[in-house]
Write a new protein. Sequence first.
Length: 618
Amino acid sequence: MEFRVLTPVERSGRSGSLAGILRETSAVKECWLEPGSRTVEPRNLAITSISGKALGIVDYSETAGLELKLTATSFTGILVDFGFEVGGNVRLNFGTGDCRRASVQAVESLEHLFNPVVARTASLADPVIYCRHFRARENGHVDLPHCGGFRYLWIYPERLCRVTLRGVSLSYTPHVADPDACGYFLSSDEMLNRAWYAGLHTVEMCTIDPRLGGIDGKHKIGECDWVIADGAKRDRLVWTADLAVAGAAVYCSFNETAVVRDSLLSLSALQEKSGYIPACTPGSISTRVTAGLFADYVAWWVVALYQYYLHTGDVECVRENFPVIKRALAYMHSQCRGGLFRQGPLNMMEWCFTIFRLGKPAYTNVMYHWALNCASSMAHEIGEDNISVGYVTRAYRLGEMIERNLLDVDRGVLLDTTLDRGRVPQDANALAIVSGLTGELDAARRQLDYLRENEWVAWGATNVDIPYYRLTPGFQPHNKRVIPFMNNYEALARFAARDDAGALELIKRCWGNMVNSEPATTFWEWAGRKGGVDGHLSSLCHAWSAGVVPLLSKYVLGIRTLKPGYKSFVFDPRFIGLEWVEGRVPVPGGFIEARVERKKDGSYKKQFKAPNGIVAKE
């Protein structure tokens, strides 16, 4: 393998040296999904039947002349397609004619269109359904209420009428990345390229003005400029576990790290006296209640803060929030019985929130173990060495208890809970490897072999081997389903265990399935029972599903931080089956830029450049 580091002369002059390493930069615009303006127009229009089926598609223009029509013998609606997931405030302009009552539905997928007969009534009972009535006046306009995430508008008449749709425009409200200040990824695999940019668009769509929180866009969920919400459509609240994946995507792409920090602080500001940190920022009454039941998200908050520190080197943020960390871990300790975290009625919700696991779950105990080690590292960085030793000692003892009570020695896997020893969960086993609890390579590979043999399907890896509710397998969104949030951690575990081919295959199955399926420009909260889009409740633009961005940048391209703030990094590309890969990752002082390509003799040529003061280690 040829390994070449640029000389100081080559490092100077970003644009000049860029051309010498990064050969494919012009291809970024072919994959780029972010709008170039905050005023966005649709891509095309279609006349539809009463079922919403498109009968004829035309390119969007203000002279298209399509009309809404309802007569005794005919019905025509108009389907507006923006071409990618968008969010904001829509204005509809009308020309000749008049319609005393029309309706519009905003949906992420055509699978989510409702029958016009029931749509409005259903939307009154279910706020996830966006359906609004309006009057279309001749030469008038209608401004629709904010909608956080959609690709399509379906406009249709509900009274006898004829009216021409003259124009549609959107005032786009999500965050928009600057391509000149953003990391990027490109490779010889076109699907992986599309997946990276769809992942970027997913986390951008979920980075919102905190004044526009909640499904209705009316809840204030932070005091800063931007926060990362869980989904563009639903719930539009800051949820802790989502920040771990979304934050990793931010660090590899637009790198506005203050967004991650402020999102974390919007949660820690709500910390209770017990040390419990609510799982999400306040929203509807139902989410306010459930936010108090996610003990695992307390551990996720500590882990996400450590990841923030590792990528930014912001030691002052760690120092200021160390009291929050101590209280959070004191809460986790208070929930332990017999040396293990135990779930009860007041802490039994988890990331897979439609499943209830009883007893002492392997997953939450693994998360607690990971949080203790992260806290130990942060304590050491701010000079709290006695506390650091205490945390790592507690983690060691917890690890022993997990192994003693939850490890199936014969199969080499962690079992679901102390009361449910028949199921093997994806989350506990993948996270045990990622967090370092599974320390031996052979042990990690046994866990991963079991997951592949018993939980993989054509569109990814399911979250458990045996359905939790056997009479309704796949019916609940977390009952043996493919969920990108945890597929991310299984792929990470495979890279950690040097199963690079398995990790890349899982990426292609999980994220490839979504990027090759309508609506195709963002990633879903979970996949349906047969791998397609699920029902209207599911978010098709969900922050916790953006893990493909850091997976490709950190492992396939191979740029990973070793010391806080990228004071040193590793360049270790894992591009099995690819001819070339290139890209850049934003770091303090600029970018680390890299390219790897296969030569004719089968060997590889690796090149990178980094800002002064940032040291590479093989």
